[in-house]
Design a binder for this molecule. Sequence first.
Ligand SMILES: O=C(O)CCC(=O)C(=O)O
Length: 349
Amino acid sequence: MVDDSSDKGTMRLTANPFGAPVLGLDRQREGAAQSLAPQSRSASRGQAGREAASATPPVPRPVLPAVQRALAKQNEVALAKRDWLMRTRRKLARLSRQQSGLAAYQTITRQQFLDHHYAAHRPALIRGEMADWPALELWTPQYLRDKIGSTPIQYQGGRDKGENYERNKDAHARTMPFDAFIDLITHDDAGNDAYITAYNNKLNGAALKPLEEDLGFFDQILTRQVAQPNGMMWIGPAGTFTPLHHDLTNNLLVQVVGRKRLILVSPDEWPNLYNDRHVFSMVKDLTAIEEPFEAARDIGALAFDMEPGDALFIPIGWWHQVRALDFSVSITYTNFLWHNDFHGDYPPG
Ligand SMILES: O=C(O)CCC(=O)C(=O)O
């Protein structure tokens, strides 16, 4: 029977042109559920069936322009109030270093990580858990080249020529033998043009598999019960730049080789982040904010360098940008022990 009342709810909701729930709908649903509660499941189903058979299909009522305008206004005010609340939360967080700073650990327990970071939606830098991974010592460009040889890999290419290389990532996908890719990115002037990224993992997961024997596994917080428990690789020269964005999963970014400079921003700064499309900001680089985006100058951001052996927990929705300072290999993991599938109801646009 609850199903029956939610059908009504859907009809009302589709009549709302703004996609926002209509006030009173939940109360209406609750009322329907309560009035039917004493009946048995099968009795109420039978009655509903008879009613449905005899009732004429409801004709959707047109939404009056005045109602549409009122709903649009309500939506605008609701968004403005949410932005106000986010700004206020950031002002409060800035009062405390514990709230606004980056928590750093040598080691962390499963419970600490869950309570203070994963469930709390707060980043953490974990510096000692990967110290004994053989990859930290072994993975020179030459070692990687010898190990993978000429197996074809996918990478992002032509990034210097495409300003929006992240947004248009599919158009930048290229393939080449791995040894040729290493030659390409070990030139002094390699810069940002070619980069193996996590997006290329579909092909690279199998191609780079021999490297997995040099990795440990962070089993306090990750599960092996997924198709690719050992994450997705990023391999590139000094100078690669991943512009400001947020992800639709919680991520663990492990730095294996070289250093990366990160800027991390709380989603409470969203009102000043000029999010225009999907997970991207019109401000690509917070160190070079252009004039139309003045408000981004006021945001509180965490800027720090990751070194080999560091793991950064980036909670879903936290904005970040990443610049490689050296030849660099990093791995992104999303296979946490806890629920990490939230993108289904991320708003389109
Ligand atoms: O290392 C990079 O270039 C980007 C990493 C990143 O954005 C991520 O792991 O979500």
